[in-house]
Ligand binder design. Structure first.
Ligand SMILES: CC(C)(COP(=O)(O)OP(=O)(O)OC[C@H]1O[C@@H](n2cnc3c(N)ncnc32)[C@H](O)[C@@H]1OP(=O)(O)O)[C@@H](O)C(=O)NCCC(=O)NCCS
Length: 161
């Protein structure tokens, strides 16, 4: 041990995604993931999605995720939830989900859903702790490098808001 400091509590602000944020979200995934985030911006303008980023006092972004309002009428589907790898397990993901749920409630929606890959038990444990309950499974896919699609099996969870 060569030193130790006490780090003060740092305020994390959850706010709407803006176009200029994309350059500070490269930690969240590859080029395909950044493209997917960019595609959310017109959905926000059309009021078909909420998408939040978590900003530190120094302006850096450390989490992102949204609620897609399109797939199921009356339901907000949380997706693309991601916290900076260096800052996981500190409560930021919980804060992001709570903030998204508040957005859905403010819209008058009564249910939130999300899905988690079958091999991601850590995230599934978090969602169950926040009140989400299994309601089925699905096959999902998304674009990855090389113009290919990654296909996976997910567990779908739901929660009354
Ligand atoms: C899942 C994720 C968004 C949660 O955010 P977070 O800020 O780490 O979560 P919190 O600190 O609020 O809650 C901690 C819980 O998150 C879960 N978790 C999932 N992945 C984790 C990780 N890599 N490190 C720490 N906790 C993780 C654990 O269940 C942990 O609870 P525990 O104390 O019982 O182990 C974040 O860890 C992440 O970005 N993971 C990688 C991408 C991912 O899996 N996204 C979800 C796809 S469905």
């Amino acid at each position: 041990m060569y030193g130790r400091i006490t780090v003060v509590a740092i305020e994390v602000v959850f706010r709407n995604l803006e176009p200029s944020d994309l350059s500070d979200l490269d930690w969240s995934g590859g080029a395909e993931h950044l493209t997917a985030i960019a595609e959310v911006l017109p959905l926000m303008v059309a009021d078909e999605a909420d998408y939040l980023v978590s900003e530190l006092p120094n302006g850096r972004l450390v989490a992102a995720g949204g609620a897609d309002l399109r797939p199921v009428p009356g339901v907000g589907v949380l997706w693309q939830l991601s916290v900076h790898p260096l800052l996981r397990g500190l409560g930021i993901g919980t804060g992001l989900i709570v903030a998204l749920e508040e957005r859905l409630r403010a819209r008058g929606l009564a249910e939130a859903r999300l899905s988690v890959e079958h091999d991601n038990p850590d995230a599934a444990r978090l969602y169950r702790r926040l009140g989400y309950r299994d309601c089925g499974s699905a096959v999902e896919s998304w674009p990855v490098a090389g113009g290919r699609r990654y296909v996976t099996v997910t567990t779908v969870l739901r929660k009354d808001l």
